[in-house]
Design a protein around this ligand. Structure first.
Ligand code: INI
Length: 192
């Protein structure tokens, strides 16, 4: 992931970054011109933000790389080490309750949930995926704290490897940037 900050022709700032997993280049722009509709965004400067990262131990060979990607990207974008808390839960099914506890503590601006659910022979896969997804979505909705869905749901181990630091990127890193962007946006919305 590469980040660049440049001057805008209208006197504002343009933040540009490239997501390795998505292959997309994204921009956040401040025009500073009050005669134009104002697009609210908070940028992607992580300095001063407090972020919790909770990961599932199930499929640890994958989730340790998601955790590593999330933490290193948070620090790369300016979040201080001391402002990052990490925790592990047994499986992705347990992510929502830990995320909710972090979010409700009032000590975090964003929560990142990481897991890997790999399709097996039983319906357990669907149960775990659905409960993790709906539970994590509910945490963000109910607490107002951005809660990122960094759970890989794949057909096989190879797909999970590719998305946890392999050739398709690292979902943990993508969630770290998304957490910063979302937390900053919440601040921008609240302060106008
Ligand atoms: N948890 C995962 O994170 N990934 C999986 O692939 C998985 N599978 O396949 O079973 C999984 N199961 C454990 C589940 O998340 C709970 O920890 C368990 O059911 C206890 O509540």
């Amino acid at each position: 992931m590469q980040q660049m900050i440049s001057a805008d022709t209208l006197g504002g700032s343009v933040y540009t970054w490239h997501g390795a997993r998505t292959g997309m280049t994204s921009q956040l722009r401040y025009t500073g011109d009050e005669s134009l509709p104002q697009e609210l965004n908070g940028g992607i400067d992580g300095a001063g933000l407090r972020v919790a990262v909770v990961a599932a131990r199930f499929n640890h060979v994958i989730t340790k790389n998601l955790m590593e990607g999330a933490v290193s990207t948070l620090t790369q974008y300016g979040v201080r080490d001391g402002d990052i808390s990490t925790a592990w839960v047994p499986g992705s099914f347990e992510l929502p309750v830990a995320a909710k506890t972090f979010a409700e503590s009032g000590r975090y601006d964003a929560v990142i949930c990481l897991g890997a659910v790999i399709r097996g022979e039983t319906s357990h896969y669907d149960m775990v995926c659905n409960q993790a997804a709906s539970g994590i979505a509910a945490v963000g909705r109910e607490t107002g704290i951005p809660t990122m869905f960094g759970v890989l749901t794949t057909e096989n181990l190879e797909q999970a490897i590719n998305r946890s630091g392999g050739k398709v990127g690292n979902l943990g890193s993508d969630c770290a940037v998304g957490a910063i962007e979302s937390a900053r946006l919440m601040q921008a919305i609240k302060t106008g």
